[in-house]
Structure formats: structure tokens, C-alpha cells
Design a protein around this ligand. Sequence first.
Ligand code: FMN
Length: 117
Amino acid sequence: MKSAYRPHSMSRKKDPIELFHSGQLVKVCAPMVRYSKLAFRTLVRKYSCDLCYTPMIVAADFVQSVKARDSEFTTNQGDCPLIVQFAANDARLLSDAARIVCPYANGIDINCGCPQR
Ligand SMILES: Cc1cc2nc3c(=O)[nH]c(=O)nc-3n(C[C@H](O)[C@H](O)[C@H](O)COP(=O)(O)O)c2cc1C
């Protein structure tokens, strides 16, 4: 997560909850490890995707390593609304990861589906 990135302005229009209450069809790009990174999210947004997820990010690595953070998560001003998905088995680490990423995200998701340690 490069320091040059400025936090999203959390305009009401970009609020994911509002999207789901709009009565319109909401097009969502689900999280996909190795695929749904910034370039892919930029592409699907061009094809009118309303809401994107990041790939699953391991919360412990994200919290403990700046290098992991920079390689696992990049964003920009157009990358919004964005849900960041974490894998975690420790509530403190999940909460710390969420706190770090929240200026750049419109929501946090925990992956409860994929087998993880
Ligand atoms: C290559 C690949 C990577 C995926 N990675 C994740 C992931 O990181 N987190 C997650 O919750 N689901 C992951 N999934 C599951 C997808 O988010 C999605 O739920 C699944 O592909 C079903 O989508 P569909 O209902 O549009 O068919 C992945 C799926 C694929 C094909």
C-alpha cells in the first residue's frame, strides 16, 4: 500500500450498502486470488461492474510485513467502491488489518469459504 495513494472519499454514492438499497441490479466482481487485483478491477469497472472485491489477503502477513502489504494491495482513486477481503484466524490481526486498510476501502470481508490454516 504505497503512501502516495490518497484515501477514498467515502461519498454516499460509493457506499456499497446504498448500492444494494438502490433497487437496481448490482454487478459485483467476486474475490479471486491472483486475479482480482487493481488491473483486473480497473478492467471490469470499465464494463460497468458496480462493486469490486480484492483477492483474499492473509491478514497476518498484511499486518506484519510492509513488503507483503505493498505487493498484496494496490489501489487508486478510481478503484471505488472496493471491498477488501481477508483470511484470518485471529480477531486481533483481522481488526488490525482492517484498521490499516480502511482509509482505502468501502468495506471489509472475511473469507469463510476457502480452506485456510
Ligand atoms: C480463480 C479463483 C479464485 C478465487 N478466489 C477467491 C477468494 O480469494 N476469495 C473468495 O471468497 N472466493 C474466491 N473464489 C470464489 C469466487 O469468489 C466465486 O465465489 C466463485 O467463483 C463463484 O462465482 P459465481 O457465483 O459467479 O460462479 C475464487 C474463484 C476462482 C475461480
